[in-house]
Design a protein around this ligand. Structure first.
Ligand code: SAH
Ligand code: SF4
Length: 337
């Protein structure tokens, strides 16, 4: 398998016609991950959040959100249902809900682990936490943590989140120190972002040696201070996927819901550009519509089972195969974590 130098990768990325870039990314994916597209069941367990990110539809100051948090038993049941359908990885995601303690969510994870004979891998994603909290998660059986750095541009980051990027990067370091597999990522098309930012986003992902990187197009929400921002082209996220794949051949890269929401075949396009993960949404239909980070989110009326069926067809249509296995970080599978 050909490996590319940084110069070669950037030359491919900057070509007007992306055909060669996508082909190189597809071949690199096949060489490192085979034909598989791995499934991770997503459970959006709370939409309460004490943070006020400018881009996010469930930010603290949006009073038009019907706030919910799922009971621990519900989260466990949703995961068990997914487990019985064959899923072996679950991502529990939410806002920074201070009503749910890290200890509580760790207990939920322990229950899921026990009821699945430790077979299910669990990823948590509910914002910035302390090193001790990440360690507690690790001790409770949590396998992975997802925390996007959102943008590599320090000024833009500060403008959007009101805190320094350095803090977020410290969180990512702490996640690794705690022994968790590290997932991060960013949005493309944020207001004020440049092509240079997008390249730097991918380079930062490489430097952080991420196990998982999720990227998605920023979709402006009317419920935020960024209402009325220009919807930038989805191509930034698709080409970004290919760039990431070439820079991080072993990483797990999801074809994200935001891409599918902006363009009906957005996720297929991402798979063709090097993505190898899909995340069926298992969140109970009764609350799915309330976890609205951006408008136009797809699959709000579908159950998790319907999502899995739909995804199998989509994956087949681009010449890949659904795979239900845990798909840990390749770093871990090689015994190097
Ligand atoms: N509260 C946690 C996890 C939930 S938000 C956190 O912030 O880390 C998950 C991701 O949704 C964010 O990391 C962000 O990249 C993405 N997101 C938020 N608002 C968005 C929007 N308007 N368009 C596209 N993606 C968005
Ligand atoms: Fe809260 Fe995450 Fe939304 Fe920021 S992106 S407001 S932290 S849910």
């Amino acid at each position: 398998m050909k490996t590319f130098t940084l110069d070669e990768i950037l030359t491919l990325y900057k070509k007007k016609d992306p055909t060669e870039l996508f082909k190189a990314a597809w071949d690199t994916t096949t060489a490192n991950h085979g034909e598989s597209v791995y499934l991770r069941g997503l459970v959006e367990f709370t939409n309460k959040c004490v943070i006020n990110c400018q881009y996010c539809g469930i930010r603290r100051d949006n009073k038009n959100v019907n706030r919910y948090s799922l009971e621990s038993e519900t989260i466990v049941d949703v995961c068990l249902d997914g487990f019985n359908k064959g899923l072996r990885t679950f991502v529990l995601q939410g806002g920074e809900d201070r009503d749910i303690s890290v200890k509580d969510i760790c207990q939920t994870v322990k229950d899921i682990k026990r009821k699945t004979d430790n077979e299910a891998a669990i990823t948590l994603s509910f914002g910035s936490r302390t090193l001790d909290e990440y360690k507690l998660m690790k001790d409770s059986g949590v396998d992975r943590y997802l925390l996007r750095f959102e943008t590599s541009d320090q000024e833009l980051y500060y403008r959007l989140r009101g805190m320094p990027l350095a803090d977020r990067l410290k969180n990512l370091e702490d996640i690794r120190t705690a022994g968790l597999q590290v997932g991060s990522g960013y949005m493309t098309g944020l207001p004020g972002e440049s092509e240079e930012t997008r390249i730097n986003n991918a380079l930062l992902s490489r430097d952080l040696e991420l196990d998982m990187v999720g990227i998605g197009p920023f979709i402006p929400s009317d419920e935020t201070p960024l209402a009325g921002s220009v919807q930038e082209p989805i191509d930034y996220a698709i080409k970004g996927t290919a760039l990431l794949r070439l820079l991080l051949p072993k990483a797990h890269i999801p074809a994200t819901t935001a891409a599918g929401s902006l363009k009906p075949t957005g996720r297929e396009d991402m798979i063709k550009a090097g993505a190898n993960v899909l995340m069926p949404n298992l969140t109970p239909v009764s609350v799915k519509k309330d976890y609205l980070l951006y408008p136009g989110k797809i699959c709000l009326d579908e159950t998790g089972t319907q999502c899995i069926g739909c995804m199998s067809m989509r994956v087949k249509s681009v010449g890949r195969k659904i795979n239900f296995s845990r798909a840990d970080a390749l770093r871990l599978m090689n015994g190097k974590i």
